[in-house]
Write a protein that binds this ligand. Sequence first.
Ligand code: RP5
Length: 169
Amino acid sequence: MGQPIVALLMGSKSDLPKLQSAIDTLKEFGIDHTVRIMSAHRTPDAVMDFTSNAAANGCKVIMAAAGGAAHLAGVVAAHTTLPVIGIPIENGAFQGFDALLATVMMPGGVPVATVGVGSGGAKNAALLAVRILALSDSGILEKLEIFRCTQAERVKSADADLQLELGNN
Ligand code: RP5
């Protein structure tokens, strides 16, 4: 793998299984990336150090995942001008609703593009990173267009199968 252009940060190792769809998607698109555990609360210095140097180190998009009182994405956004994508993690008493609100309700001036809770949200975070990168990389754009066509074909094929099962012409 080359120099990472996307960073996926998570607040705890316990978040990792919930981020598999994001990691798989970055791999599917061949995006050089790094995956790191660092916490806004438990290792704030590491978050600040990594994030404030990320752009200079070649990173173009930061994805930040956390559950509960999910401050990671917001703290990351406070320390960089790179686009930050927040991934609320489903965890504990409120099944991710707490993390969703904590991640999405940023004060004006410090944007975090927040995706949904769950596997679809994590996948969309990676796809959003891919879309941002595709703005300036025609190779990634081409892969994105193929991805969209393949996805649409899959739905059409499922519908055709369903119509056969239902005996419709
Ligand atoms: C958050 O606290 C992490 O992102 C994780 O979702 C949650 C719980 O962490 P652990 O207690 O499982 O390490 O900061």
